[in-house]
Design a protein around this ligand. Structure first.
Ligand SMILES: NC(=O)c1ccc[n+]([C@@H]2O[C@H](COP(=O)([O-])OP(=O)(O)OC[C@H]3O[C@@H](n4cnc5c(N)ncnc54)[C@H](O)[C@@H]3O)[C@@H](O)[C@H]2O)c1
Length: 409
């Protein structure tokens, strides 16, 4: 085998995961090629610019380019190692939430065309159990090589947007492979970038499930808190006080309820388990439904509190899917704002992380302007600016506080 850093790595998919991963391998001394089917992505990258928002990534990209270790291309080249980091959304136009594996399938077919004996293909995308085996089947069928001639494994990614470069180095990683040789080789490679974390080798299905279970664990725990918030409302007691007191128990740690669960991971990944285990995955499915229902529950509460009076101006504090980011994907706060708007309420928002006067048709005001303008506010997120100005916010007479920001005990 070549010296480990002599291995050429091609990253398939230069998005939020593939681009920082490629940059990190290049900075560690590997020769890296970044490949994407989106011509705009490649054109932007070729101009020396990155197309995603992530702290310190532009500087890291420039450094990787200058080192001569990283190049980007719209044509897939032969390599020693291929890392697939393509999207795994839901299938569109389906009633059920089913993983759309078409990106993984087409990326695998492309790799098959250039695959050579001894190559290692690593699947980093978040996938339903047994997808690594599907990838291996596709590689075998389309390359003309039998599966004992090449290596495959799954190495799921668990980085947090906003801290990706840091977490690539610090987070523990799991590598899952059918063949021991594949797991060991992948570990040697990742060891060069995972400088502060541990790397654990297991089988492919356990690795696939580990990634899904991590996000499902959080989703289920949030669902418990959200369910409590609905029960407490019926009881006429304050859920935030209840949770604070219950958490005084030495072995209890209940999370804080919120406006729901958003983003492209927690709101998506648990369904990849449910789709294969319709009979068994009951807690997981129920948790997803509870979290998905929370925005509608908030809309109903707000309407009742306003006595369905559409002349009142409503201000939503926060539109992103979690605090201090600008990401609106699957955002429950956005859903609340849009549902109320569709019902003809006069809706305004303050989303300080997005510099735009309008977001999806909702007027985006400064906190000060919003507080002056509206009659009623709905607090959906603990953005830094809201915490810093909590006294001003509390002066409003009508507040629906989904996250307990104004109710500290
Ligand atoms: N973004 C995150 O925070 C995060 C965290 C953990 C895991 N993941 C998982 O990582 C995977 C990738 O997510 P992402 O956020 O980087 O997606 P992304 O949409 O930012 O990027 C994916 C890229 O893949 C490209 N692509 C699609 N098909 C291709 C093909 N056949 N060949 C080459 N390029 C192709 C797209 O053009 C796009 O640029 C997903 O499975 C996601 O669930 C994401």
């Amino acid at each position: 085998m070549k010296n480990i850093k002599g291995l050429k790595i091609t990253i398939i998919g230069m998005g939020y995961i593939g681009l920082p991963t490629g940059i990190t391998f290049a900075r560690a001394g590997f020769k890296v090629v970044g490949f994407d089917i989106n011509k705009n992505v490649i054109e932007t990258l070729k101009l020396g610019k990155i197309h995603i928002v992530e702290p310190d990534l532009q500087e890291a990209y420039e450094e990787a380019l200058q080192s001569g270790n990283l190049k980007v291309t719209a044509k897939l080249e032969k390599s020693d190692v291929y890392i697939i980091a393509v999207p795994t959304p839901f299938k569109k136009n389906e009633n059920k939430k089913i993983a759309d594996l078409s990106y993984v399938e087409s990326a695998s077919k492309m790799v098959a065309e250039v695959l050579e004996p001894g190559n290692l293909v690593i699947l980093e995308s978040t996938v339903p159990p047994k997808t690594t085996k599907i990838m291996t089947d596709i590689l075998e069928e389309n390359s003309g090589l039998s599966r004992d001639k090449f290596l495959t494994c799954h190495c799921p990614e668990r980085v947090l947007p906003g801290k990706i470069l840091y977490e690539l180095e610090h987070n523990d990683r799991i590598i899952g492979a059918e063949k021991k040789e594949a797991g060991n080789l992948a570990k040697e490679i990742y060891k060069e970038i995972v400088k502060k974390g541990e790397i654990y080798i297991t089988d492919d299905i356990t690795a696939e499930m580990a990634k899904l279970v991590e996000n499902t664990y959080r989703d289920v725990n949030i669902a418990f808190a959200n369910e409590l918030s609905v029960i407490c409302d019926k009881l006429g007691i304050n859920v935030f006080e209840l949770i604070k007191l219950s958490n005084k128990h030495p072995r209890v740690n209940i999370l804080t309820p919120g406006a729901g669960v958003g983003g492209h991971c927690l709101a998506v990944d648990p369904w990849f388990i449910v789709e294969q285990f319709q009979q068994e995955a009951n807690v997981i499915r129920e948790a997803r439904l509870i979290n998905d229902y929370k925005p509608q529950w908030i809309v109903d509460k707000v309407e009742k509190e306003l006595d369905f009076n559409k002349n009142k101006k409503i201000g939503i504090l926060g539109l992103a899917y979690k605090p201090d980011i600008d990401d609106l994907r699957e955002s429950p706060s956005m859903e609340i704002a849009l549902t109320l708007k569709e019902k003809d309420y006069d809706i305004y928002a303050c989303e300080p992380n997005i510099i735009s006067n309008e977001i999806n048709g909702i007027k985006n005001l400064s906190l000060e302007n919003l507080l002056n303008k509206v009659d009623y506010i709905v607090i959906t997120l603990a953005h830094k600016e809201f915490i810093e100005n909590i006294d001003k916010i509390k002066r409003k007479s009508y507040i629906f506080d989904c996250i307990g920001l104004t109710k500290k005990f």
